[in-house]
Design a protein around this ligand. Structure first.
Ligand SMILES: [Zn+2]
Length: 279
């Protein structure tokens, strides 16, 4: 008889989280010691929202954490130390509220949350705030919060990094799909496969693509979030997908996820090195 895996529902291990630690897992003394060496903190801004039947609701939170984790490791290898802040699990996900489990906070709440977290961290000594999203719907609020941080906290710098723009330019070279992969599609499912394979079930996510003229208003070269100059506000993902995702999760591979992370981390680490550690 086959040995059965430990039953997570009965209290077994759900998944393994690799270091380095975020602020959540550090002691105050460890943070104090880190602040003596660096004033820069990464703030991963996630979400709790539907990503289809094959991905957990915390997908964006897990991605934001993993991006910051890899960026911290990359910069550390270059002798540049940063601290990873607490992972924020909620964002503005109003257009996913039609799906069960989605939790959405208003833009006003997210702006206040980010500004107040930064104000607390500023008391500890942090001065450079790098806001990294796991959910592009948070970007407008993150930009407002970043401005508020520099307007209200002395000697601070704040920047918002939208890695979706550089990633979108090379998506076609790293994915297998030739169609428009979006929220919860091949790319995102692949990235979750890298870190949380126990929580990913690609076979449960049906293939669901949208016509190009609809897809371009969700993401594409013209859309602000993917590198363009137009912002199309989204009413409801229910109008676009009965499942919550767009694309073909069945094409996902951990190798594809690794390639995606490589593009994201190369870009973020190089911007931080240039803007915060040179000169
Ligand atoms: Zn997502």
């Amino acid at each position: 008889m086959e040995e059965s895996a430990p039953d997570a529902a009965a209290g077994g291990v759900l998944y393994v989280q690799k270091g380095p630690a975020t602020l959540t897992e550090m002691t105050g003394q460890e943070v104090e010691a880190a602040v003596a060496r660096t004033r820069l903190i990464l703030l991963p801004v996630g979400a709790t929202e539907a990503h289809g039947p094959h991905l957990p609701l915390g997908t964006d939170t897990m991605e934001a954490r993993e991006i910051c984790r890899r960026v911290a490791l990359r910069l550390a290898a270059q002798g540049r130390e940063v601290v990873i802040g607490p992972v924020i699990p909620f964002g503005t996900s109003s257009f996913h509220l039609g799906f069960p489990g989605t939790v959405s906070i208003s833009s006003r709440t997210l702006i206040a949350l980010l500004a107040e977290i930064a104000a607390s961290l500023h008391r500890t000594g942090f001065q450079d705030f790098v806001l990294v999203h796991g959910h592009d719907g948070n970007l407008p609020s993150m930009m407002v919060a970043a401005q508020e941080i520099v307007d209200t906290l002395p000697e601070t710098r704040a920047v918002v990094l939208n890695w979706l723009a550089p990633l979108s330019r090379v998506y076609h070279t790293i994915q297998r799909s030739t169609k428009g992969e979006g929220h919860g599609g091949e790319g995102e499912t692949s990235r979750l496969l890298v870190t949380h394979p126990e929580l990913v079930h690609p076979e449960r996510g049906p293939v669901h693509h949208l016509p190009p003229e609809v897809m371009r208003k969700i993401q594409g070269p013209e859309h602000v979030k993917t590198g363009g100059g137009i912002f199309y506000a989204t009413r409801s993902y229910r109008d676009h997908t009965p499942w919550g995702h767009i694309g073909d999760p069945g094409l996902a591979l951990a190798e594809t996820g690794e390639r995606g992370y490589a593009v994201i981390v190369d870009w973020i680490a190089s911007v931080i090195a240039r803007d915060f550690f040179s000169g």
